[in-house]
Design a protein around this ligand. Structure first.
Ligand code: A8S
Length: 188
C-alpha cells in the first residue's frame, strides 16, 4: 500500500494493530494486497490447524489441544536450514466478523520469545489509501491483509536484526498467501 493512511485505515490499525511495546521489544507491520476475494483469503488465514497451507517454512503442524478455536495450541515444525526446529503457538483471538486472528508463540527452540502477531483481512475498497492507477480496470474486488507483531529482542541481538528476520519470514508468508489465493481465485 502506498500513500498516507486516512481515517478508515487509521481506525483499523488503531483497533486491531496497536500494541504496547516494551523497551526490550521490537514491533513491525506489513501489508499485502491480494487479487482474490476477501472470504477466500480469510478462510486460509483463520485456519489455525493448517499453517502449512501457505507458510512455506512450515514442514508440518500438529494440534496439541483444541479444535482450531481460541485457546487451541499447535506445534509447528519448520523446514531444515532455519535456526529453529519447532514452535509452539496458541490462538489468542479469532473474530470472523472483523476477520482478525492473533496468535502467540509460547514455546519452541527458536529465538522469537514473547512473539505475538495479529493478522486482519480487509476488502481493499474499505480502506481509503491511495489506489493504484490501474485499479479501475480491475473489476474483481481485491483484498488487503495487514499483519503486525511484537517480539522480544534477544540479548546480543539488535532491534533491527530481530525485526528484519521476522519481517523476512512474514513477507514470504504473505506473498505465498497471495500467490495461492490468486491461483485458487483464477481457477474458480
Ligand atoms: C509466522 C511468523 C514467524 C515464524 C517464525 C515469524 C518461525 O516459524 C520460523 C523460523 C524461526 O526461527 C522462528 O507467522 C519460528 O509463522 C520460520 C520457528 C517461530
Amino acid at each position: 500500500m502506498r500513500g498516507t493512511y486516512a481515517a478508515k485505515t487509521e481506525a483499523i490499525l488503531t483497533q486491531h494493530h496497536r500494541r504496547e511495546v516494551s523497551p526490550n521489544q521490537c514491533s513491525s507491520r506489513l501489508t499485502q494486497t491480494i487479487g482474490a476475494p476477501m472470504g477466500l483469503v480469510w478462510s486460509m488465514v483463520r485456519d489455525f490447524g493448517q499453517p502449512q497451507a501457505y507458510k512455506r517454512f512450515v514442514k508440518n503442524c500438529l494440534m496439541r489441544s483444541g479444535d482450531g478455536g481460541v485457546g487451541s495450541v499447535r506445534e509447528v515444525r519448520v523446514v531444515s536450514g532455519l535456526p529453529a526446529g519447532v514452535s509452539v503457538e496458541r490462538l489468542e483471538r479469532l473474530d470472523d466478523d472483523a476477520r482478525v486472528m492473533s496468535f502467540s508463540i509460547i514455546g519452541g527452540d527458536h529465538r522469537l520469545e514473547n512473539y505475538r502477531s495479529t493478522t486482519s483481512v480487509h476488502e481493499e475498497d474499505d480502506l481509503d489509501h491511495d489506489h493504484d492507477h490501474d485499479h479501475d480496470r480491475i473489476t474483481e474486488k481485491r483484498t488487503v491483509v495487514i499483519e503486525s507483531y511484537v517480539v522480544d529482542v534477544p540479548s546480543g541481538s539488535s532491534e533491527e536484526d530481530t525485526c528484519a528476520f521476522a519481517n523476512t519470514i512474514i513477507r514470504c508468508n504473505l506473498m505465498s498467501l497471495a500467490r495461492i489465493a490468486e491461483k485458487i481465485a483464477a481457477g474458480s
